[in-house]
Design a protein. Sequence first.
Length: 930
Amino acid sequence: MEHVPPPAEELARLDRELAELDARRAQLLTRRAWLLAALRPPAPTAAPGWNPSAWGAPAAGRPGAPAQPWGYVPPKRPSAPRSAQNVLLTLGGLLLTVAAVAFTLVSWGSMGIGGRSAVLAAVTVGALAAPAVLLRRGLTATAEALAALALVLTLLDAYAVHAVAAPDTDGLGFTAVAAAVLAALWTAYGLALGRLHLPLPAAVVLAQWPLLFGAWAAGAPALVVGWALLATAVLDGAIALWGKGTGARVTACVGGSVMAFSALMVGLTLSVTASGPLGALAPGALLLTAAAAALAGAWRAPRGFARAGGVVAGLAVVAAVGGVPAAAVPEDWAVLAYLSAGLALTAVVRTGLPRNAVLGVLVASAAVVAGALAGALPGLAAVLLGPVTLLSDVWAGSPEGFRAALGSTLPWTGLAATPVVLAVSAGLLGAAYRWWPSLARIAAPLIAREEPGSGGAAAYGAGPASSAGAPGAGTPEAGGAAVPGAGGEPGAGTAGTGGTQAPGASGAEAPGAPGAAAPGASGGPWYAGGRAGAAWFAGGAPAARRRPSGAALRGAAGAGAAVLGWGALLLAGAVLDVPYAVAVAGETALVAGLLALAVRGTGSGREGSAAVPVTALVAALAGAVSAGLLSLASEGASYAVFGALAALFAGAAVRAGAGVERAVFAVASTVGCTVLTGFAGRSLGLAPHEAAPLMLLVPALTVLFGARLRRNPVALPVELTGALGALVAVGLAVPDAPFLALVLALCGVLAAGAAVRPERRPVAAYLAAALFVLATWVRLAASEVSFPEAYTLPVTVPALVVGFLRRRKDPEASSWTAYGPGLAATLLPSLAVAWTDPDWQRPLLLGVSALVITLLGARYRLQALLLLGGAVLALDGLHELAPYVVQVAGALPRWLPPALAGLLLLVVGATYEQRLRDARRLKDALGRMR
């Protein structure tokens, strides 16, 4: 009876069979397509150099054709006709140019005036007219070659005209006129034949020289030459912004940069060398005009060029405005005039200039301030590092003034304005730190142009004509970016509108957008600081998140104010050459002020104040070192300064919170106390090695201090500082061995005292043992003891005691770990000396000791004792029996040793298996030992 499955089961079976049939059909169709493609002839290549099959794709016209292997490179074809044509045209143009030059220089004199004119006119007109005909026929490369030839011919024509028609004319003046005429000619020619690439860049190059050469030809002063250079640079800038063709614009950029730089150098040189304020006005006008031109170009220039223009404009304004008062004051005070002008540039944030130009001007202002501050570095370095010279002659007597103590040859009278520069900068930074929110509100118009969600955020450096319908609006060339929803109003979304929003553009970005504010943000920008600024900074655009936070900027301002104020006061003392006592007291007082600032901060609840205490701490440490070195000239000053510094740092450590700062304060106080103990030894007239034990007073106090603090984070740094002081004491005692032994023993006592505490025991215990051993060795060496056992037994006995206690506590401990080092410390050196000792006492005692050790090892089954003792006993016995063995061997017949060796080998071979079993039993027995 046939089984009929249920409908559902039968339907599932049919679906599976149909799926298998479809899969098989697809395989057959794929194979059929491949066979058809293999039988069909290959189709021609679509384009030269393009080979789709090299990437594993089917060739054009052959679907499913087998692909070439990966990385297949087609064979090189012959040079393309266009490439060969370019080579031929280039060579032809060069040959014609060479022929024209040779004709003009060599054969020109053999022709009459009519022939010369006819040849020049015919060749030049033909060279100028031919490119137009060639362009109509599509021969662009040939037209370019002939245009280049025509350019050379026009230059030769100008030379020929000067040589024949106007030989008496001034060369510079004729060159200026010729350059102007040729520039106009080639400009018109390039505009008429717009498809040629060479004429317009050539015209730009020729346009660089008319004004400059004309000024030189007229014998104009340097100021007029500067104006000529500036006018040429302005012309280049106009061509770069509105010129036709990339080549002409790039050429204009290069030429304009060179001419503008030259004009600025001329103006700056004239301003700096002016004899008075009136003499600085004329070059100042040149510099201000250059600044205005740079800012005018920033309206349409791309972002990078706009910022560069802002930098140039800012520096030019500083040179122009600051040069007038600088010419009226002494040379040493001129820096204040330029600094004031540089600081005044910050007012540009309230103007309507493009944002990128404003940023460039601010960079220029920062550069001027940085340059003024850099001039103070030599004087500040001399004040801080100059007292190092006192180390070679400590307590030689108080010098007359501050400068004498510094030992520097700097022209201090020329640094009279430096403290004022530092003080002004410190005051401004302090004001910025104090009133940061107000400054943030003042800078709001500048930052608002690029905040997320503002309509003008996308247009970086776009000009006022940048609109949706203007050419280049919102394009990279214009330096802008497209503004969504811009309806085409002039200036919509541009940088110059102060963030004007385009119609249709929302004022805030959608949730999740890259520049969307974080949830909970109140809309405050990053520069304002606070919770709102932090939220904006965390959730803003990626570019904004890379900026420092407002709190960080505020902290940097406060830190800079502290450092610059400190440096201003230091330099003021050196410039005024205050008395030595006043200088020492002043530096110590500055350290006290910095410590107070480091401990308390400036408004601990104020944002950004974290950087201020850290900076004050670093400055306090540097000032303490400088003040300490400065005090070395006088004994009384040394005690007073180091005592005050130790007390100040100790007080700061008490007042500071737990952390790194507190440890640094405590370490500095410990160093000061250590130096004071060294001063005490010098005052007592002690030699350095005699004062070494006195230097251990502070390390002893640090051990007691550490026991009092125990696991306080300050304890370890203080104890390590005390250990460094003990190391200094050891170094002082090195020249005298008995004192060195005493100092090492005292250091061992201190280490043993520290080892009483469980947290210091793992290190201090071993250190104490090593110090005691070293002290013993040094004492023995000082007593001229030469027996090695005198040096090794003080190590062996404690080591064996420690090993015995360990084995008693842990019977499973290895005897090599417990007793091996101690035994080896004495047995091995004694064995080495015994082999060269002619007496019999040492070998006898060593042998007896080794025998006792071997028997103890066998009795208590201790592997280290058995093997070490047995090895030393065997070697010692061999040393004692060696002379007799040699005598016996000399008395025996020559054939007897080989016979005995052969007999021994026979016996070993006959009992080989037994010997192996004995060796295994010996190995097992030794292995069972501890």
